[in-house]
Design a protein around this ligand. Structure first.
Ligand code: ASP
Length: 280
Protein backbone atom coordinates (compact mmCIF):
# COMPACT_ATOMS: atom_id res chain seq x y z
CA UNK A 1 0.00 0.00 0.00
CA UNK A 2 1.40 3.43 -0.91
CA UNK A 3 1.71 6.33 1.54
CA UNK A 4 -0.22 9.46 0.70
CA UNK A 5 -0.76 13.03 1.87
CA UNK A 6 -3.61 15.08 0.40
CA UNK A 7 -4.13 18.68 1.52
CA UNK A 8 -6.53 21.50 0.68
CA UNK A 9 -6.57 25.28 0.90
CA UNK A 10 -10.32 25.64 1.50
CA UNK A 11 -13.58 25.45 -0.45
CA UNK A 12 -13.51 28.63 -2.52
CA UNK A 13 -9.70 28.81 -2.77
CA UNK A 14 -8.36 29.09 -6.28
CA UNK A 15 -5.61 27.35 -8.19
CA UNK A 16 -3.12 30.15 -7.50
CA UNK A 17 -2.60 28.42 -4.13
CA UNK A 18 -1.50 25.13 -5.65
CA UNK A 19 2.26 25.94 -5.75
CA UNK A 20 2.20 26.64 -1.99
CA UNK A 21 0.31 23.42 -1.33
CA UNK A 22 2.79 21.54 -3.50
CA UNK A 23 5.65 22.90 -1.36
CA UNK A 24 3.98 22.17 2.00
CA UNK A 25 2.88 18.72 0.89
CA UNK A 26 6.42 17.74 -0.11
CA UNK A 27 8.04 19.32 2.97
CA UNK A 28 5.73 17.48 5.36
CA UNK A 29 5.87 14.10 3.64
CA UNK A 30 7.73 12.28 6.41
CA UNK A 31 6.93 10.46 9.64
CA UNK A 32 3.59 8.98 10.63
CA UNK A 33 0.23 9.85 9.08
CA UNK A 34 -0.44 12.08 12.11
CA UNK A 35 2.95 13.82 11.73
CA UNK A 36 2.20 14.51 8.07
CA UNK A 37 -1.26 16.02 8.60
CA UNK A 38 -0.14 18.11 11.59
CA UNK A 39 3.05 19.38 9.95
CA UNK A 40 1.32 20.32 6.72
CA UNK A 41 -1.44 22.14 8.62
CA UNK A 42 1.17 24.04 10.68
CA UNK A 43 2.80 25.25 7.43
CA UNK A 44 -0.57 26.39 6.11
CA UNK A 45 -1.46 28.06 9.44
CA UNK A 46 1.82 29.99 9.19
CA UNK A 47 1.11 31.14 5.64
CA UNK A 48 -1.03 34.31 5.90
CA UNK A 49 -2.93 33.69 2.67
CA UNK A 50 -4.95 30.97 4.39
CA UNK A 51 -7.83 31.46 6.78
CA UNK A 52 -6.17 29.42 9.55
CA UNK A 53 -3.64 30.47 12.19
CA UNK A 54 -1.97 33.65 10.92
CA UNK A 55 -4.47 35.26 8.53
CA UNK A 56 -7.59 33.94 10.27
CA UNK A 57 -10.64 36.10 9.62
CA UNK A 58 -12.20 38.22 12.32
CA UNK A 59 -15.51 37.92 14.08
CA UNK A 60 -17.77 40.92 13.77
CA UNK A 61 -16.59 42.23 17.14
CA UNK A 62 -13.05 42.31 15.73
CA UNK A 63 -11.78 39.31 17.67
CA UNK A 64 -10.19 36.23 16.09
CA UNK A 65 -11.32 32.85 17.35
CA UNK A 66 -9.96 29.75 15.66
CA UNK A 67 -10.96 26.09 15.44
CA UNK A 68 -8.65 23.14 14.79
CA UNK A 69 -8.75 19.38 15.21
CA UNK A 70 -6.88 16.20 14.44
CA UNK A 71 -7.86 12.59 14.49
CA UNK A 72 -6.47 9.14 13.96
CA UNK A 73 -8.04 5.79 14.71
CA UNK A 74 -9.49 6.09 18.23
CA UNK A 75 -7.75 9.37 19.07
CA UNK A 76 -9.08 12.92 18.82
CA UNK A 77 -7.78 16.34 19.82
CA UNK A 78 -9.71 19.52 19.18
CA UNK A 79 -9.86 23.21 20.08
CA UNK A 80 -12.76 25.54 19.37
CA UNK A 81 -12.87 29.33 19.54
CA UNK A 82 -9.29 29.50 20.76
CA UNK A 83 -7.65 32.94 20.72
CA UNK A 84 -4.20 34.49 20.47
CA UNK A 85 -2.15 31.45 19.57
CA UNK A 86 -0.02 30.94 16.49
CA UNK A 87 -0.81 27.29 15.78
CA UNK A 88 -4.20 26.04 16.96
CA UNK A 89 -3.49 22.59 15.49
CA UNK A 90 -0.55 22.14 17.89
CA UNK A 91 -2.78 23.00 20.84
CA UNK A 92 -5.34 20.47 19.56
CA UNK A 93 -2.55 17.90 19.50
CA UNK A 94 -1.77 18.71 23.15
CA UNK A 95 -5.44 18.20 24.02
CA UNK A 96 -5.12 14.74 22.50
CA UNK A 97 -1.83 13.80 24.14
CA UNK A 98 -1.88 15.67 27.48
CA UNK A 99 -5.50 15.68 28.65
CA UNK A 100 -8.26 13.10 29.18
CA UNK A 101 -10.54 15.22 26.96
CA UNK A 102 -11.21 15.37 23.25
CA UNK A 103 -12.03 19.08 22.97
CA UNK A 104 -11.39 22.36 24.77
CA UNK A 105 -13.08 25.61 23.86
CA UNK A 106 -12.88 29.37 24.36
CA UNK A 107 -11.04 30.73 27.38
CA UNK A 108 -10.33 27.22 28.64
CA UNK A 109 -8.59 26.31 25.39
CA UNK A 110 -6.60 29.55 25.38
CA UNK A 111 -5.46 29.20 29.00
CA UNK A 112 -4.58 25.54 28.39
CA UNK A 113 -2.38 26.71 25.49
CA UNK A 114 -0.57 29.13 27.81
CA UNK A 115 -0.02 26.39 30.38
CA UNK A 116 1.45 24.24 27.63
CA UNK A 117 3.90 27.03 26.77
CA UNK A 118 2.27 28.58 23.70
CA UNK A 119 2.99 32.33 23.92
CA UNK A 120 0.44 35.04 23.19
CA UNK A 121 0.28 35.71 19.46
CA UNK A 122 -1.83 38.00 17.27
CA UNK A 123 -2.92 36.10 14.12
CA UNK A 124 -4.39 39.15 12.37
CA UNK A 125 -2.90 40.50 9.17
CA UNK A 126 -3.54 43.53 6.98
CA UNK A 127 -5.79 41.33 4.81
CA UNK A 128 -7.96 40.22 7.73
CA UNK A 129 -8.26 43.84 8.90
CA UNK A 130 -9.36 44.86 5.42
CA UNK A 131 -12.00 42.11 5.21
CA UNK A 132 -13.27 43.07 8.65
CA UNK A 133 -13.47 46.78 7.78
CA UNK A 134 -15.50 45.93 4.67
CA UNK A 135 -17.79 43.62 6.61
CA UNK A 136 -18.51 46.27 9.21
CA UNK A 137 -19.10 48.85 6.45
CA UNK A 138 -21.50 46.45 4.71
CA UNK A 139 -23.64 46.11 7.79
CA UNK A 140 -23.67 49.85 8.22
CA UNK A 141 -25.31 49.96 4.79
CA UNK A 142 -22.28 51.22 2.88
CA UNK A 143 -21.56 49.96 -0.62
CA UNK A 144 -18.65 47.53 -0.52
CA UNK A 145 -17.35 44.77 -2.69
CA UNK A 146 -18.30 41.51 -0.94
CA UNK A 147 -19.75 38.20 -2.17
CA UNK A 148 -23.51 38.27 -3.00
CA UNK A 149 -24.32 35.82 -0.22
CA UNK A 150 -23.71 38.60 2.29
CA UNK A 151 -27.13 39.99 1.32
CA UNK A 152 -28.93 37.12 3.01
CA UNK A 153 -27.26 38.00 6.31
CA UNK A 154 -28.53 41.55 6.41
CA UNK A 155 -31.48 40.42 8.45
CA UNK A 156 -29.22 39.28 11.28
CA UNK A 157 -27.95 41.77 13.79
CA UNK A 158 -24.70 39.87 14.19
CA UNK A 159 -22.16 39.31 11.54
CA UNK A 160 -19.68 37.79 9.37
CA UNK A 161 -16.56 37.25 7.40
CA UNK A 162 -15.93 35.42 4.15
CA UNK A 163 -15.34 31.73 4.39
CA UNK A 164 -12.60 30.36 2.25
CA UNK A 165 -8.98 29.40 2.49
CA UNK A 166 -9.44 27.15 5.51
CA UNK A 167 -6.89 24.33 5.52
CA UNK A 168 -7.02 20.58 5.96
CA UNK A 169 -5.03 17.40 5.40
CA UNK A 170 -5.61 13.66 5.23
CA UNK A 171 -2.88 11.04 5.16
CA UNK A 172 -2.29 7.30 4.95
CA UNK A 173 1.06 5.93 6.12
CA UNK A 174 1.77 2.24 6.55
CA UNK A 175 -1.97 1.61 6.40
CA UNK A 176 -2.78 4.06 9.21
CA UNK A 177 -4.92 7.12 8.61
CA UNK A 178 -5.00 10.63 10.06
CA UNK A 179 -6.89 13.86 9.43
CA UNK A 180 -6.30 17.46 10.53
CA UNK A 181 -8.08 20.75 9.95
CA UNK A 182 -7.64 24.38 11.00
CA UNK A 183 -9.74 27.46 10.34
CA UNK A 184 -10.46 31.02 11.33
CA UNK A 185 -14.15 30.24 10.72
CA UNK A 186 -16.93 30.93 8.26
CA UNK A 187 -19.95 33.16 7.77
CA UNK A 188 -22.12 34.49 9.34
CA UNK A 189 -19.89 34.53 12.36
CA UNK A 190 -20.76 35.89 15.75
CA UNK A 191 -18.22 35.70 18.53
CA UNK A 192 -18.53 32.24 20.06
CA UNK A 193 -19.71 30.58 16.86
CA UNK A 194 -18.22 27.13 16.37
CA UNK A 195 -18.27 25.54 12.93
CA UNK A 196 -17.75 22.03 11.68
CA UNK A 197 -13.96 22.03 11.73
CA UNK A 198 -13.33 21.09 15.37
CA UNK A 199 -16.23 18.61 15.47
CA UNK A 200 -15.31 14.97 14.83
CA UNK A 201 -17.78 13.47 12.37
CA UNK A 202 -18.61 16.88 10.88
CA UNK A 203 -15.34 18.59 9.89
CA UNK A 204 -13.13 15.52 10.02
CA UNK A 205 -13.07 11.82 10.65
CA UNK A 206 -10.34 9.18 10.62
CA UNK A 207 -10.43 5.52 11.48
CA UNK A 208 -9.20 2.15 10.25
CA UNK A 209 -10.91 2.54 6.82
CA UNK A 210 -9.74 6.01 5.87
CA UNK A 211 -9.66 9.72 6.64
CA UNK A 212 -11.95 12.56 5.57
CA UNK A 213 -11.79 16.35 5.98
CA UNK A 214 -14.52 18.83 5.03
CA UNK A 215 -14.47 22.54 4.23
CA UNK A 216 -17.17 25.06 3.37
CA UNK A 217 -20.23 26.38 5.20
CA UNK A 218 -19.76 24.80 8.62
CA UNK A 219 -23.37 24.98 9.74
CA UNK A 220 -24.53 22.83 6.85
CA UNK A 221 -21.59 20.44 7.23
CA UNK A 222 -22.58 19.89 10.88
CA UNK A 223 -26.25 19.35 9.99
CA UNK A 224 -25.23 16.69 7.51
CA UNK A 225 -22.43 15.13 9.64
CA UNK A 226 -20.51 15.16 6.40
CA UNK A 227 -17.18 13.55 7.28
CA UNK A 228 -18.55 10.62 9.23
CA UNK A 229 -21.21 9.88 6.63
CA UNK A 230 -18.53 9.62 3.97
CA UNK A 231 -16.30 7.56 6.26
CA UNK A 232 -18.96 5.02 7.17
CA UNK A 233 -19.69 4.36 3.49
CA UNK A 234 -16.06 3.68 2.60
CA UNK A 235 -15.92 0.20 1.10
CA UNK A 236 -19.49 0.32 -0.26
CA UNK A 237 -18.46 1.72 -3.65
CA UNK A 238 -15.74 3.88 -5.15
CA UNK A 239 -14.59 6.75 -2.95
CA UNK A 240 -15.42 9.09 -5.79
CA UNK A 241 -19.05 7.97 -6.01
CA UNK A 242 -19.50 8.10 -2.22
CA UNK A 243 -18.14 11.65 -1.97
CA UNK A 244 -20.05 12.84 -5.04
CA UNK A 245 -23.36 11.53 -3.73
CA UNK A 246 -23.07 13.17 -0.34
CA UNK A 247 -21.56 16.43 -1.59
CA UNK A 248 -24.47 16.52 -4.10
CA UNK A 249 -26.88 16.90 -1.16
CA UNK A 250 -25.44 20.38 -0.52
CA UNK A 251 -26.79 21.84 -3.76
CA UNK A 252 -25.01 25.17 -4.18
CA UNK A 253 -24.12 25.60 -0.50
CA UNK A 254 -20.33 25.88 -0.52
CA UNK A 255 -18.63 22.60 0.43
CA UNK A 256 -15.48 20.64 -0.30
CA UNK A 257 -14.03 17.31 0.79
CA UNK A 258 -10.68 15.54 0.71
CA UNK A 259 -10.61 11.83 1.50
CA UNK A 260 -8.31 8.82 1.44
CA UNK A 261 -9.12 5.15 1.86
CA UNK A 262 -6.96 2.03 1.65
CA UNK A 263 -6.67 2.21 -2.11
CA UNK A 264 -8.10 5.53 -3.21
CA UNK A 265 -7.89 9.25 -2.74
CA UNK A 266 -10.42 11.80 -3.91
CA UNK A 267 -11.14 15.47 -3.53
CA UNK A 268 -14.03 17.55 -4.77
CA UNK A 269 -15.81 20.82 -4.09
CA UNK A 270 -18.85 22.51 -5.59
CA UNK A 271 -16.66 25.58 -6.20
CA UNK A 272 -12.93 26.08 -6.66
CA UNK A 273 -10.73 24.29 -4.16
CA UNK A 274 -6.95 24.23 -4.31
CA UNK A 275 -5.61 20.79 -3.39
CA UNK A 276 -2.33 18.94 -3.67
CA UNK A 277 -1.43 15.31 -3.24
CA UNK A 278 1.84 13.40 -2.87
CA UNK A 279 1.78 9.60 -3.08
CA UNK A 280 4.82 7.33 -2.80
N1 ASP B 1 -15.84 24.96 7.48
C1 ASP B 1 -15.24 26.14 8.07
C2 ASP B 1 -16.21 26.73 9.05
O1 ASP B 1 -17.39 26.74 8.79
C3 ASP B 1 -14.83 27.15 7.07
C4 ASP B 1 -14.24 26.63 5.81
O2 ASP B 1 -13.99 25.45 5.65
O3 ASP B 1 -13.99 27.44 4.89
O4 ASP B 1 -15.76 27.26 10.05
Amino acid sequence: MSDILLIHGGAGSDSSYVPRLDKYCHLSFKGTALDMVVNSVVMMEDDPVFNAGTGSVKRIDGSIQMDAALMEDGKIGSVAAIEKVKNPILVAKMVMTKTPHVMLSGDGATSFARRMGFPEYDPSTERTEEIWRKTVAFFKGEKVDLPPRYEEYRKFQNMFSPNKDTVGAVARVGGKFAAAVSTGGSSPMMRGRIGDSPLPGAGLYAGSKGAVVATGIGEEIVRKMLSYRIYEKIGSGSLKSIVKDIVGEFGDILVGVIAVSEKEQFSMANSNMATYCVEK
